[in-house]
Design a protein around this ligand. Structure first.
Ligand code: GLU
Length: 303
């Protein structure tokens, strides 16, 4: 199927949209991005590329990185990971704290902040040079050595990250962090600060569409690990809007407060969209609209 005319029409519709959502400002650096940006990139199973708009411009991937950190940690420690982090949707915002206390320091899933901080702790305990090794993992998946941390965004978040700090200390008090809180947070903030384009994200997420094999056909995950990660993306990938995303779009995916969304249709394609304005639940407003239009017009969703 030629997806290009569909992408063009979606971008055209999005460009006319007046209500573009609100750019995140709780991390001061993110507030500097224009809400006019819009990009989309699709990589199909044969690795044909389709794109539109600002698909090659880099942005802060933020929580989209949680999937990549999970993949690396799961690949290293396997199923023992689930002793320290659950696999249920939380139905609460990404930085919600009280549930963590009620549930004795075991985060609901790896895509809320508490869960991702535990995953960072696992990486810190198992990698030789965690920051470099995590970046190297993404670069390999994307087959792109130019991917880097945005140290200004990482610092901006470090300076204002009281809630994540509170989360990490609560985890530590329950014995669910092995390493020093500030070291864990340093890795977590850097991981969130990675800047990538829709093209790079779609190429990286190809591994989840392609049974654990990257675009160069190297194997990173086994098929059961891919099944688990995709299940988590479907049920927990969109803050407390995962049900709505499954209903409207019907793809496993993950969003971030930088306005990026990456999603996959197993064995068919990976897709990334970016529009910085967020809806009330913290998901990219136009990103959601665009993906809904894409799966509806192509009839290509998991349902
Ligand atoms: N780095 C952000 C935070 O921890 C990630 C938020 C997100 O994209 O959901 O607040």
């Amino acid at each position: 199927m030629d997806l290009q005319p569909i992408l063009n029409a979606i971008a055209d519709d999005c460009s006319k949209e007046k209500e573009r959502g609100v750019v995140a400002s709780y991390i001061p650096e993110l507030a500097k991005v224009s809400d006019e940006k819009f990009g989309m990139f699709v990589l199909d199973a044969q690795q044909n590329e389709y794109f539109v708009g600002d698909a090659h411009e880099r942005f802060s991937i933020q929580s989209v990185s949680k999937v990549l950190a999970l993949a690396q940690a799961f690949g290293i420690v396997g199923r023992s990971l689930w002793k320290r982090v659950g696999v249920e949707p939380s139905g609460n915002p990404f930085n919600f704290l009280s549930l963590l206390e009620q549930e004795n320091g075991i985060p609901r899933n790896p895509f809320i902040n508490a869960g991702a901080i535990v995953v960072s702790d696992v990486l810190l305990s198992t990698l030789k040079d965690p920051k470099q090794d995590f970046l190297a993992y993404i670069r390999e998946l994307a087959n792109d050595q130019s991917i880097v941390y945005d140290n200004i965004v990482a610092k901006s978040e470090k300076d204002t990250g009281s809630r994540n700090r509170a989360t990490a200390y609560l985890l530590k008090s329950f014995g669910n962090l092995e390493n020093d809180v500030e070291e864990v947070l340093d890795l977590y903030f850097h991981q969130c600060s990675v800047s990538m384009s829709c093209e790079q994200l779609a190429k990286t997420f190809f591994v989840f569409a392609n049974r654990g094999y990257c675009t160069r056909r190297n194997k990173y995950l086994n098929i059961n690990q891919v099944k688990r990660i995709n299940a988590l993306m479907l049920t927990c990938g969109f803050y407390d809007e995962a049900g709505e995303f499954a209903f409207e779009v019907g793809l496993p995916g993950k969003s971030g407060v930088g306005g990026g969304i990456a999603a996959v249709l197993p064995q068919q394609y990976s897709i990334a969209v970016w529009s910085p304005g967020l809806n009330k639940k913290g998901n990219s407003k136009l990103g959601l609209n665009a993906l809904e239009a894409f799966t509806t017009q192509t009839n290509l969703s998991i349902f």
